[in-house]
Design a binder for this molecule. Structure first.
Ligand SMILES: [Zn+2]
Length: 244
């Protein structure tokens, strides 16, 4: 029996990703993955070919732009461990020392005050990214809650719980149950920008929206918030490759 090709009628090759946060089917074209379809959790993938057909003009234009970029700049560089890792929010820089071993698992160890040793199959991008992500999460769990606590004291806005995660496209969020979620990647921001995110999420404890009243409250604790918002828009592009 022939294996079934479920979406052979789709007009483009694509890669599928499921997201708990997506409300509708999303499309992205990136150099790394080409066309990526983001599906809300529980949504039937059978809808994809229809979406691709409806959006084919947009997709074709985006793929053309990507092809032009590849022609100009060549394919993305092969994976390489970073030579150093900097976390500006906490003012730390580590030099990276790679130790290649046959072990499938990659681990990250602090070796002295300013050296990180990355041990294992370091040519394996996926394993290295996963190991560095675990290390980043541990750093964030150590440093962000005390910092949030300090900003809480200053602003007199207190949350019930803080959770540290690694979201793809948001720096932080605040739930109705007064839980603040912070993105571990805040550590890549300047101290001032990271503090702005903390102020922003704490202010959501009082105003669960982006109303005028919310921004008045933000301005009280962070007068320069407009500038911070503008800077943040661009920051995703400046994350190190291993973390983006
Ligand atoms: Zn907000």
């Amino acid at each position: 029996m022939q294996p079934e090709l479920p979406f052979a009628d789709a007009p483009f090759a694509y890669r599928l990703r499921e997201s708990a946060r997506a409300r509708c089917v999303g499309l992205r074209v990136t150099l790394q993955h080409g066309l990526e379809v983001v599906l809300p959790r529980g949504c039937d993938p059978a809808v994809v070919p229809g979406v691709l057909r409806r959006k084919q003009r947009w997709i074709r234009a985006a793929l053309d732009r990507m092809a032009a970029h590849l022609k100009l700049f060549g394919p993305p560089q092969p994976w390489q461990l970073p030579a150093q890792i900097e976390l500006p929010a906490i003012g730390r820089v580590w030099r990276v020392e790679a130790v290649e071993t046959a072990s499938r698992r990659v681990i990250v160890r602090e070796a002295g005050a300013d050296c990180l040793r990355i041990i294992g199959r370091i040519s394996n991008e996926k394993a290295c990214r996963a190991a560095l992500a675990r290390w980043l999460l541990a750093q964030a769990r150590e440093h962000l809650p005390p910092r949030l606590h300090a900003v809480s004291e200053r602003t007199e806005l207190h949350c019930q719980r803080v959770s540290i995660r690694q979201q793809r496209s948001r720096w932080g969020s605040c739930s109705r149950h007064k839980t603040i979620s912070l993105n571990a990647k805040l550590l890549f921001l300047s101290p001032a920008l990271a503090d702005y995110i903390l102020v922003h999420e704490l202010c959501h404890l009082a105003e669960m929206n982006h109303s005028r009243r919310f921004w008045v409250l933000v301005a009280k604790h962070c007068p320069d918030y407009r500038h911070a918002n503008r800077q943040l828009r661009d920051m995703w592009k400046h994350l190190p490759r291993w973390a983006s």
